[in-house]
Design a protein around this ligand. Structure first.
Ligand code: MTE
Ligand code: MO
Length: 205
């Protein structure tokens, strides 16, 4: 795929670190991944159940709303769609919220996304990465170890929950952590959808 820098973004070869709150410390005994919401039966998966799922390797561009873009990071992870085998969705489920830890709250961080945008190889729960300056390695705790969502490049990176803890399936769209604080529901970098209200663009993040 040809490099495409969205409007108002600059390219960085570094992978900056941005998040709210503390870095989650992985504990396999208490870790679980919850599939819930508008499904026939909710379920929690253990770490080993998640890690047994089929793996996908994809190269994905990241676009942060704070204006940096990092091209061509190669991730190893589990495609979003692999989790659909565990739940029977209610009819009319069109959105999801992907959750992550915030300061010890398992569901403290979240971001909403349309379900249909997440069926490809570019919607991945990742645990390993490499790029042209780095060989394969686990993602660090600060980037979301043991499991972290990376959204398709058609969404700003805040849609990618670190320390991922579950997926809630929804019939109606609902704002997540940053969307409740004025950021865009749809968040397409190529349309520069940073804020819900474009008049907020003068504000600093
Ligand atoms: N759990 C959690 N995930 C999160 C955040 C957070 O505060 N908590 N911040 C988001 C934001 S705003 C960005 S820009 C990216 C940054 O990811 P990086 O630090 O790996 O570059 O993580 C996203 N995922
Ligand atoms: Mo961000």
């Amino acid at each position: 795929m040809a490099k495409q820098l969205p409007p108002g973004q600059f390219e960085t070869e570094k992978w900056p670190i941005l998040h709210e709150g503390d870095v989650y410390q992985f504990d396999e005994q208490t870790w679980e991944f919850r599939l819930f919401g508008d499904v026939k039966k909710e379920i929690s998966l253990s770490y080993s159940q998640v890690m047994e799922l089929p793996k996908t390797v994809s190269t994905i561009d990241m676009h942060c709303v704070t204006t940096w873009s990092k091209f061509d990071t190669t991730f190893e992870g589990i495609a979003f769609r692999e989790f659909l085998r565990f739940v029977e969705l209610d009819p009319d489920v069109k959105y999801v919220k992907i959750y992550g830890y915030l300061n010890g709250d398992r569901f403290g961080y979240s971001a909403n996304l349309p379900l249909e945008a997440l069926m490809g190889d570019d919607a991945l729960f990742v645990y390993r990465w490499k790029d042209k300056h780095h060989d394969w390695q686990d993602i660090s705790p600060k980037h979301g170890y043991p499991l972290r969502f990376i959204p398709p490049a058609s969404f700003y990176l805040w849609k990618g929950a670190k320390w991922a803890s579950g997926i809630r399936f929804m019939k109606k769209d609902e704002p997540g952590y940053w969307e409740q604080r004025g950021y865009s529901m749809t968040a397409n970098p190529f349309k520069e959808e940073r804020f819900a209200d474009p008049a907020d663009a003068f504000k600093l993040w």
